[in-house]
Design a protein around this ligand. Structure first.
Ligand SMILES: *Cc1c(COP(=O)(O)O)cnc(C)c1O
Length: 376
């Protein structure tokens, strides 16, 4: 059996090696390392894939969120709502820019932003909402957009974990995750569903004005060459990474299918188990399983991880600490118990290996090993 990894980038690369190597070699041959044809080519392919007007490539997912936030014209002290159950980057950029991150709880079924909790958090200072499409499926965007419209708020989708997922509207129509709000942000970190071989990110929008502003922000606030009208940043996707992404984008839907195959295998093995709750797919989204995350009930999680580790099966906790309990973000506004769903999840979730290269032999070994511990 091949060694089991959380993400198996090597096996995936071996299948696309000729295409990837050719793309990288072309960049080196024409020496267009910054904003070269590979970047523009990937940008155009991504716009087409997402059916979105503008894609702005940038250096990483955190920058994507920061640039989006910088383009909105917010003032220090303005409030931006996001969830306490996410990767830190989502709240980090809000705090870094001097805005106030307002945290809310998540839904226990989908792990995405709780609409009830969101409604309660809105104040006259609220300017934006950042829903996170956690683990690979979309938050309830229709409800979020309705609330945003009512209160005149911007919506920035953090779609770092859900690139390629479809949001399904009540009338059955679909749109790609990240193209429903005013701005969508994604990451091409190697382990993401569409990952490059280093750092990368992108911002999406259908709004021409926001597009114009964000293109200025990523380029030092420069409108005319060497004339800087705004304080910006330097955030670029490099050409070699773009060449790799251009190849991998063609396989993204197949990768999602392979991830769904693995998820179904896990779901079947753990079905109706009293101690294991398998992931719930929301009605309003397809799932691209960035993570396959179980909720354990009455299982010693640390001992389970030791058991899996002894069997050379990696298992991870995403995320062990809610944002409102992180040292750097401890805030007099929040205390333990404020976000019970998030806090319960942090104490009881476990994520299993999930990638496009898992085979039946590996899946059987993982599920057998987990059940062996849980059923003992
Ligand atoms: C990965 C991730 C980010 C940050 O992306 P980087 O490219 O690592 O900066 C932000 N938000 C979420 C939800 C993520 O999973």
């Amino acid at each position: 059996m091949r060694k089991i990894q959380m993400v198996d980038l090597k096996s995936q690369y071996e299948k696309i090696k000729p295409e990837v190597d050719k793309g990288i070699q072309e960049v080196i041959d024409n020496c267009a390392f910054i904003n070269g044809p590979a970047v523009h080519g990937f940008q155009a392919d991504m716009e087409k894939y997402l059916d979105v007007k503008h894609v702005i490539p940038c250096a990483n997912g955190t920058d994507a969120l920061q640039v989006a936030m910088m383009a909105l014209g917010l003032k220090p002290g303005d409030e931006v709502i996001t969830v306490s159950f996410t990767f830190i980057a989502t709240a980090e950029v809000i705090a870094l820019l001097g805005f106030t991150p307002v945290l809310v709880d998540v839904d226990p079924e989908t792990f995405n932003i709780s609409i009830e909790s969101l409604k309660k958090a809105i104040t006259p200072k609220t300017k934006a909402i950042v829903p996170v499409h956690l683990f690979g499926q979309c938050a309830d965007m229709e409800a979020i957009m309705e609330i945003a419209k009512e209160h005149n708020l911007f919506v920035i989708e953090d779609t770092c974990q859900a690139i390629g997922a479809d949001y399904i509207f009540k009338d059955g129509t679909k749109k790609k995750a990240g193209t429903i709000g005013h701005i969508g942000c994604t990451s091409f970190f190697p382990s993401k569903n569409l990952g490059c071989y280093g750092d990368g990110g992108a911002i999406f929008t259908n709004d021409d004005e926001l597009d114009k502003q964000m293109k200025v922000v990523v380029n030092h606030g420069m409108v005319v060459r060497y004339y800087h009208d705004f304080i910006g940043v330097n955030s670029r996707l490099d050409s070699i990474q773009a060449a790799i992404l251009k190849v991998k984008l063609q396989h993204l839907d197949d990768y999602a299918k392979a991830r769904n195959y693995a998820a179904n295998y896990y779901n079947t093995a753990f079905a109706n188990h009293s101690k294991i709750k398998t992931p719930v797919t929301a009605k309003n989204s397809t799932h691209v399983f960035h993570q396959y995350t179980l909720v354990l009930n009455n299982v010693d999680r640390a001992a389970l991880i030791n058991h899996m580790t002894a069997k050379e099966i990696p298992a991870m906790i995403y995320y062990p600490v809610p944002l409102h309990m992180q040292k750097a973000y401890i805030d007099t506004r929040y205390k333990a118990g404020d976000f019970p769903v998030t806090e319960d999840l942090c104490a009881s979730v476990i994520s299993l290996p999930m990638h496009s290269e898992l085979d039946d032999e590996q899946l059987k070994y993982i599920t057998d090993s987990l059940l062996e511990f849980v059923n003992q």
